[in-house]
Design a protein around this ligand. Structure first.
Ligand SMILES: Cc1cc2nc3c(=O)[nH]c(=O)nc-3n(C[C@H](O)[C@H](O)[C@H](O)COP(=O)(O)O)c2cc1C
Ligand code: SF4
Length: 447
């Protein structure tokens, strides 16, 4: 079995490990911050760039490049926002980090603030995580008492405050510009880019860095070991470790952290997660949160790697990294791996997902607002045995007309499930109107 390598979850599950500062300090906590404040901010940024760290919030954008885009000449304050909204269904790593090891996040955040000359940072935590917010408040106070946060950090002339802001409880609050609007006290309507790239015109129209919880935790480890050393973990282009949150039909769902790209989907699900439930077979898997395109067990993917070498993969053979998953038409996204076995009816599963996205569209763009609603309505009537003959084609046509015509990437996110379910399990959608004339008694569909 491939070896787990834990950076982010290094201590989290150790017996006796707690989320208070004394425990964190006993395990070497805040030593990296002490080292960081003796260095030049630009050198720290260079280490993060060298490390190749890619954002763990969904898009996998290189963190060092993002920091390099920040407008440092405007004379305006630079803000840093920790995206702790964790709203993508199937993803549950950030909550666990905040509950079990909040000081790791605070240390990573403070190092990142120092590296970017940030004086004020916000942790925007999902509204439905009240317990997490309390843990963070307590941890920040503990860190403030020890001079790791606040005025004159560690006796230097550098001061930086962290505030916890509880979110508004909507999926779209996780999209960075929607999040910024929400933090400013408004409805979380995403902003149009350009001109509102956070690095230039973010919070209060000032340059702003938005990074995911896990991304900022990695920064601590990069500064600890150095950017070059960090690149030795994982694979070229997919450096460091990756935390997977595996849910659904496996024997051992949970959190698993591996060097990025060193484990295949088959190894993760069969060897690490114990395989399918007794008497069942894997049918499908969504590899990176509910908006990622679904993969069907049995399908094959052929092409050429960057090295020129040909590949011919089944779902089980695909390495679990950003690039390999993108090559086969889906994405690593937030690391939320949702597994479905042969007990799952794909029409019902899609109806569930479509109900979610329709509920969560902010409504600013007509294709997204109307399209997500229509996808929900059509898949819902399929589930309730009221499908019309043309519904499969209509569903596809609606999904195909949303991407590329919206303000934010939610447009793509809500279309990909429908597009990929239809492309891969089309026969279930064709057969469904005849097969189901009434809602099944055992249905768990919330539509
Ligand atoms: C609809 C939508 C929802 C998102 N939700 C989250 C989220 O809950 N958490 C998160 O970190 N990023 C989320 N993102 C991505 C953020 O916009 C942003 O790219 C990310 O926080 C950047 O951090 P990273 O570079 O460290 O990954 C979402 C994006 C979209 C389009
Ligand atoms: S794509 Fe959807 S969620 Fe994004 S701004 Fe438009 S309506 Fe809102």
């Amino acid at each position: 079995m491939p070896e787990q390598r834990r950076l982010i979850f290094q201590h989290i599950d150790e017996s006796g490990y707690s989320n208070d500062i004394d425990c964190y300090l006993r395990n070497g906590g805040y030593e990296v911050l002490k080292k960081a404040v003796t260095q030049k901010p630009e050198d720290l940024r260079e280490e993060v760039k060298k490390s190749g760290l890619r954002g763990r919030g969904g898009a996998g954008f290189p963190c060092g490049v993002k920091w390099g885009l920040v407008d440092r000449k405007s004379g305006k304050p630079i803000y840093l926002i920790v995206n702790a909204d964790e709203s993508e269904p199937g993803t549950f790593k950030d909550r666990y980090i905040m509950h079990q090891d909040p000081h790791q996040l605070i240390e990573g955040t403070m190092i990142s603030c120092f590296a970017n000359n940030v004086k004020q940072a916000y942790i925007y935590i999902r509204g439905e995580f009240p317990h997490g917010a309390k843990i963070l408040e307590k941890a920040i106070q503990e860190a403030r008492d020890k001079k790791f946060v606040g005025q004159n950090i560690l006796g230097t002339d550098y001061s930086c405050e962290i505030f916890v802001h509880r979110g508004a409880g909507a999926y779209i609050c996780g999209e960075e510009t929607g999040l910024i609007e929400s933090l400013e006290g408004k409805r979380a309507n995403p902003r149009i880019k350009p001109p509102y790239f956070p690095a230039v015109l973010g919070l209060y129209q000032c340059p702003t860095i938005v990074n995911n919880v896990e991304t900022l935790c990695h920064v601590k480890h990069i500064i600890d070991m150095g950017g070059d050393e960090y690149t030795k973990i994982g694979t070229p282009g997919n450096t460091g470790t990756r935390v997977f949150c595996v849910s659904g039909h496996v024997q051992k769902p949970g959190y698993y952290e591996f060097p990025a790209g060193t484990i295949t989907m088959g190894q993760l699900l069969n060897e690490v997660c114990g395989g399918p439930l007794p008497g069942r077979k894997f049918k499908a898997v969504i590899p990176g949160g509910s908006s990622a395109k679904i993969l069907k067990f049995g399908e094959r993917f052929k092409g050429k790697l960057r090295s020129g070498e040909a590949y011919d993969w089944g779902v089980e053979d695909v390495p679990m990294d950003f690039d390999s998953l993108a090559m086969i038409g889906t994405m690593g996204g937030s690391g939320g791996v949702i597994v479905m076995d042969d007990s799952v009816n794909m029409v019902e599963a899609l109806a569930n997902i479509n109900a979610f996205y329709s509920h969560e569209s902010c409504g600013q763009c007509t294709p997204c607002r109307e399209g997500s609603l229509w996808m929900k309505k059509i898949s819902s009537r399929m589930v309730h045995g009221e499908a019309r003959k043309e519904d499969g084609a209509l569903l596809k046509s609606v999904a195909d007309q949303i991407p590329g015509r919206t303000i934010c990437a939610f447009g793509e996110a809500c279309s990909w499930p429908t597009q990929s379910f239809l492309a891969k399990f089309g026969e279930e959608f064709t057969a469904y109107p005849e097969a189901k004339k009434s809602k099944p008694a055992d249905s768990h569909v919330l539509v």
